[in-house]
Ligand binder design. Sequence first.
Ligand SMILES: [Zn+2]
Length: 285
Amino acid sequence: MLKLGVQVSVEGGIEKSIDRALALQCNTMQIFVRNPRRFRKGFLKDDEIDMFKKKFLKSGISPLVVHTPYTLNLASSKVFLHWITVKEFILDLLEVDKLGADYLVTHTGCYKGANEEAGLKKVVKALKKILKSTEGIKTNILLENTSGGGTWLGYKFFHYNFILKELNYTDRVGVCLDTAHAWNAGYRINSEIGLEEMLSEIKQTIGIHRVKLVHLNDTLDELGSRKDKHSHIGEGKIGEKGFSLIVNHPLLRDLPFILETPKKDESDDIKNLNTVRRIYRNELH
Ligand SMILES: [Zn+2]
């Protein structure tokens, strides 16, 4: 069965996000629980959490995905940024666990002022502290692949293997695969051969079972451009044929798909959701 959702707004109260997802007939969803461009200002109140949970349990939506704010950087070599990332990541994990989130997705971080290996080691160091302070919770962390612009880590899957190996391949950390980022990192996933190449690289490094979620986004940028601007499904370089290969691939078709496509208003979400619904083949397999 197609598991499809979209990034929904929490404007007007966090539980409103569930109404928005249901109105779009989504059976999975992604939200930010706080302003993604600032450090933490406060906490969700107990009654907000209760209201959300009550509505969510009745909604049938699963999994619930939360995205971390852009201010956090697991790979930073700067003392303050490392410190505040660890501190806020722990608070975020504990908070979204209370909401019942299955996954907290984060970008892998950028190593500005250092090098790739030092950056990866910083990610490991940050994650070790985070995991230790949040033992026993249900929300798992997903590291999202990047297009590799600037000093961003996570544009090759051996980066994840480096990190996961250091974490003894804990089940608490998995990977989120973003299609636009993969294309912009140089994976030709709009062709059968290119998609198989990327999947075999995943198999040879982390193993496909560690990919828990797919961010479905198209992009207008060239293959390997290292840019990361998203566009409407089927209207970019990956194109409808590419998405048809991706969403129907036996190794991917049962994963949850979340759209982070541009939206001027709700009609954009409806259009993109309908494109995916149309190309997804529901036959028994
Ligand atoms: Zn994404």
